[in-house]
Design a protein around this ligand. Structure first.
Ligand code: ZN
Length: 185
């Protein structure tokens, strides 16, 4: 276990991917992106104090971010005893590969959901008002007597072809980024 902990992972920079930035923000907050960027650029273990200084935020905030990342297996720490003071020092490392692994897993699911949505679009006719408040299938639109539940304007059948294409674009852009990630892993 110790050998595994002390090995600094291969120099992968996950933070350059927009999907990875989104992911980090979601799991550990806005500042997590900056933190990971600093760690990836440094490529060596670092302390929470050093990160706090570099980012100009409180050490407690850094610890919160690190703990959230640790919970996901992204941040790892090593504990060493300072022989003079008897205190423990913690040095942190970011596992960039883990970020990409989690992300790929998550995005695979996202693509599945988009594909399901796409199938729905192809199978059912949706209705929406001209303001684009919300789109609903025929049965629901009929219940509302074809009046938008939000703005009360008339709802009409939506051209699903455009929406199918839009979803297709989303899927393609995610897949493209995923391929780039897999290449560097
Ligand atoms: Zn509306």
């Amino acid at each position: 276990m110790k050998a595994e902990v002390s090995r600094v992972s291969k120099r992968i920079k996950a933070v350059k991917f927009p999907l990875a930035q989104d992911f980090l923000k979601r799991v550990a907050g806005e500042q997590a992106v900056v933190l990971v960027k600093i760690c990836e650029n440094k490529g060596k273990r670092t302390t929470d104090e050093e990160l706090a200084k570099k980012m100009g935020v409180k050490v407690t905030e850094i610890r919160t971010i690190l703990n959230r990342l640790h919970y996901r297996g992204i941040a790892h720490y090593q504990k060493t005893k300072n022989k003079k003071t008897g205190w423990y020092n913690y040095t942190w490392e970011i596992r960039s590969k883990r970020i990409l692994e989690l992300l790929l897993e998550e995005q695979k699911e996202a693509i599945e959901k988009l594909k399901t949505a796409q199938d729905f679009e192809k199978t059912y006719t949706y209705f929406c008002c001209k303001k684009n408040c919300t789109s609903v299938p025929f049965e629901v639109a009929a219940e509302f007597q074809f009046k938008c539940p939000e703005c009360n304007n008339a709802m009409e059948a939506v051209n699903s072809e455009q929406r199918v294409k839009k979803i297709e674009k989303q899927i393609m852009s995610i897949e493209k980024e995923m391929q780039q990630m897999q290449k560097i892993m």
